[in-house]
Ligand binder design. Structure first.
Ligand code: C2O
Ligand code: CU
Ligand code: CU
Length: 471
């Protein structure tokens, strides 16, 4: 290969591998399971992320697969994952975004004892909502997720929308060394106080992608999952008009993303309807240009030469069936101010220093820093009576973006800087811009202690984490 080790180190971004031609194995045939019982075995594995001329990458993975196996279960059908810890340290599994009972939420020392090496734990629940969800480690989260312990969890609608094909892209971001190993140095102090460990290699379904083959005229339901530990993505589909039909698994009014970019912070998902209106035989780029300096082509949509599968775009309805989320009562809702604090100030410069954290932790919520995997015994941010509606009034006092995630509930995004959020958007993770004020509302109908944290892993373990108690 013409691709030298030096170039590899200098390239610094995923398109470093663009010369390597490799199809994405993106087709995940929906299997109509009713219930699902499965075994997940976290452990070390070696996987090929890059070309054959590079060594395999040692990762920590579920069942030896990176990302972990695609789990599919029917909405309202029982799900059971038997987890056998094959690591040499403790672990847990968190099913992100599912409104599940607190005892199976997978937060170490809060909802369960961490699973010791060689031990087992069963996670069983019945997912109430259909949608695109995922699972990941919640123990030693920065390292365990950063080394690959994550996978998609799809809850299928009993009546799925009519499409020609479904694709699932689990997008991950890695910092690889010249011999394609995961670079050491997690939790670098500087990065942790800025935008976190953004990698140099982006994979779709565990491989550095080259092209996805498509047919003119087909309608694709694309499930996008940002499973990176820090990288925010803004995806543009050149020559196409993607319609967002769900965010974080929750259906919204079908809409084109603002300025054509699908903005996904870590942990966020989008279900997108793509009518393939390109020309047969041509290729179109999917570009991620969230970081101006680092814009790159995530993948190419490569059109088959054959004529369109239908003369006009499909006219099947785009809207997904509603999920049974509880009804909000905003008039009687209890209001809670949530200040996001800390981090390096003044952009990328060295002069800024941390803000008001006394040098102990990089981040805080309302002056409190819950760090690591959580601090047992630390008081919750607030308590709320079961069944009440609740508004989180978040103010981002930092110079950085934060994908703020609530466990056990789905919230509605009410407004941003006072401007009502259009399209009836619900989710479990909301991306809050620097200095932005975002209000979300949820019905606290799920009793227990629930994590509320930023999903940039260094921010979470560095103090941007707290607990909300539903009594
Ligand atoms: Cu996906 Cu507490 O996290
Ligand atoms: Cu979660
Ligand atoms: Cu953050």
């Amino acid at each position: 290969s013409a691709f030298s080790r030096r170039q590899f180190l200098q390239a610094g971004i995923a398109c470093a591998f663009a010369t390597l031609s490799r199809p994405v194995h993106a087709d995940e045939p929906p299997a109509a399971h009713d219930g699902l019982t499965t075994t997940l075995r976290p452990g070390k594995a070696r996987v090929r992320m890059v070309g054959e001329e590079y060594p395999e990458t040692e990762v920590w993975a579920y069942n030896g697969a990176e990302p972990g196996p695609v789990l599919r279960v029917r909405q309202g059908a029982p799900f059971r994952a038997k987890v056998e810890n094959g690591l040499t340290e403790t672990t847990t599994v968190h099913c992100h975004g599912i409104r599940l009972p607190n005892a199976v939420d997978g937060v170490p020392n809060l909802t369960q004892k961490p699973i010791k090496p060689g031990e087992r734990f069963d996670y069983a629940f019945t997912p109430p909502d259909a949608g695109t969800f995922w699972y990941h480690s919640h123990d030693d989260s920065l390292i365990q997720m950063g080394r690959g312990l994550a996978g998609p969890l799809i809850v299928e609608e009993p009546d799925p929308p009519q499409v020609d094909r479904e694709l699932l892209w689990t997008v991950q971001d890695w910092r690889l060394t010249g011999d394609t190993q995961i670079a050491p140095g997690f939790n670098n102090r500087m990065e942790a106080a800025m935008d976190g460990r953004v990698g140099n290699t982006v994979t779709i379904n565990g491989r550095v992608p080259d092209a996805v083959r498509v047919r003119a005229g087909e309608r694709i339901r694309l499930r996008l999952l940002n499973a990176a530990i820090a990288r925010i993505m803004a995806l543009r589909f050149e020559g196409h008009r993607p319609m967002i039909v769900a965010l974080d698994g929750q259906p919204c009014e079908p809409h084109e993303p603002p300025d054509g970019r699908i903005l996904l912070g870590p942990a966020m998902r989008a279900d997108v309807m793509l009518d393939m209106q390109g020309e047969p035989g041509r290729s179109y780029r999917v570009v991620d240009d969230f970081y101006d300096r680092l814009a790159y082509t995530l993948v190419q949509l490569e059109y088959d030469k054959a004529s369109p599968v239908r003369p006009h775009p499909s006219d099947a309805p785009l809207r997904l069936p509603a999920n049974p989320v509880p009804h909000l009562d905003l008039k009687t809702a209890s209001m809670h101010e949530v200040q996001l604090q800390g981090g390096m100030m003044g952009g990328m410069g060295m002069g800024g220093g941390m803000m008001g954290m006394g040098g102990k932790a990089a981040w805080a919520i309302n002056g409190q820093s819950m760090t690591g995997d959580g601090s047992p015994g630390m008081p919750p941010l607030f308590e709320i009576a079961r069944g009440r509606s609740c508004i989180l009034d978040m103010r981002n006092d930092t110079a950085w973006w934060h994908p703020m995630h609530l466990h056990g509930h789905s919230f509605q995004v009410l407004d941003r800087d006072g401007k009502p959020e259009p399209h009836d958007v619900w989710g479990d993770t909301v991306l809050v811009r620097p200095r932005e004020r975002v209000r979300v509302a949820f019905v606290a109908d799920n009793p227990g202690d629930w994590m509320f944290h930023c999903h940039v892993m260094e921010h979470q373990v560095g103090g941007l984490m707290t607990i909300i108690r539903v009594t």
